[in-house]
Unconditional design. Structure first.
Length: 365
């Protein structure tokens, strides 16, 4: 009996030691990857000339790296907290708004192949009719904003009012025939969401997207509300040697197209919810992330608010980039490795270069 008890406890001890070894190896591996990522980012940041940078990485549903570099406010030396510090995410807002479309599709309230006048009857008639799918895939022919429109500082009380910027313009081409990137198209999409859901667009996004996904630090950049933990927005000075405050803008004209602020960790939560069925059905996720085609059959590498890009070693990346006044964002999911990389900076026209792909490589295995 004593022999068997002794053998039993030896087995228990051996199993414990094996478990502990595997655990420590895993910790060491994760620590090494974090250290490697930090080294890569520090080398990049030392040469990039940026005021601040926030980076969060998730692997198989878990945030494995999240760190800030530089400052949210250079003058006051306010550090960046990836869980709380809010940046302008620019056109990543389109990917957020695309989930609004998806929700209405699953509720059978919206047919994206139906012409838009079913859902927005007051929008001025054009030479050709077009649908929500074409709008969300930049195939409608609605123009993009002009350079000076990006600096609009007028407050629009509703998405309907914001249509005045472009609703009298002619379509640039027959819908479906060409890919022409358009932020204004997403203002019309936000009206379609309002009319279909019978809810104001921002309320709809808060209640149906940001709330359910626990995106507690994501919201519209309202100018009449004090926004906590918001970065200071910068632009480059003469010869890019110094930073200066970016022009004051009001993004109420493009909530769906580029008006949200968020943290890198909130963007991680959003993308993670779209990596597998649950929040949406698989068929809906496929619809969002499948490249549309022009009428001639040319791939656009753009689904419904989602870009599709080639990574390294045959990887396919799904997500979006965002450029805004005082902000630059990169947010993509590597489907093969189930890794998400989100990067934001508080300056416009930041060049991330190979940094995102270098980070994806660290977490390849």
């Amino acid at each position: 009996m004593y022999f068997f008890q002794k053998s039993y406890f030896r087995i228990i001890k051996l199993n414990y030691l094996v478990y502990l070894s595997v655990f420590l190896i895993g910790c060491t591996s994760n620590d090494q990857k974090s250290q490697t990522t930090d080294k890569i980012v520090r080398e990049y940041f030392s040469q990039a000339n940026l005021p601040g940078l926030s980076i969060s990485v998730a692997k198989k549903g878990e945030i494995v790296f999240s760190k800030g570099y530089g400052y949210a406010n250079v003058e006051k030396k306010i550090i960046i907290n990836p869980s709380k510090t809010k940046f302008r995410i620019g056109s990543v807002s389109k990917t957020f708004a695309a989930s609004g479309i998806a929700i209405l599709i699953e509720k059978e309230l919206l047919d994206i192949n139906e012409d838009i006048y079913t859902y927005a009857p007051n929008f001025p008639l054009k030479k050709w009719k077009f649908n929500t799918k074409q709008l969300a895939g930049h195939l409608s022919g609605i123009r993009h904003y002009k350079s000076d429109e990006m600096l609009i500082d007028k407050n629009y009380d509703s998405v309907y009012d914001a249509l005045e910027i472009f609703d009298q313009d002619k379509l640039l081409h027959e819908p479906g025939s060409k890919y022409h990137y358009s932020t204004h198209a997403w203002t019309l999409i936000s009206l379609i969401i309002e009319n279909t859901s019978n809810s104001e667009f921002l309320s709809f996004m808060n209640n149906e997207v940001f709330g359910p996904l626990q995106m507690k630090n994501t919201q519209a950049e309202l100018t009449d509300t004090k926004l906590e933990n918001l970065v200071t927005f910068y632009q480059y000075g003469l010869l890019k040697k110094k930073f200066k405050p970016a022009p004051i803008v009001n993004n109420s004209w493009k909530w769906a197209g580029g008006g949200f602020i968020s943290t890198t960790e909130d963007v991680i939560r959003f993308l993670e919810a779209h990596t597998k069925p649950g929040y949406f059905k698989k068929s809906t996720l496929d619809l969002l992330m499948t490249s549309q085609k022009t009428s001639s059959g040319k791939e656009t590498n753009y689904g419904l608010g989602w870009r599709i890009r080639e990574g390294r070693n045959g990887d396919v990346l799904y997500g979006h980039t965002g450029g805004s006044v005082g902000g630059t964002t990169y947010a993509f999911w590597n489907k093969r490795t189930d890794t998400i990389v989100v990067i934001t900076s508080n300056i416009g026209s930041a060049k991330f270069g190979e940094l995102p792909l270098d980070i994806f490589d660290v977490y390849r295995n």
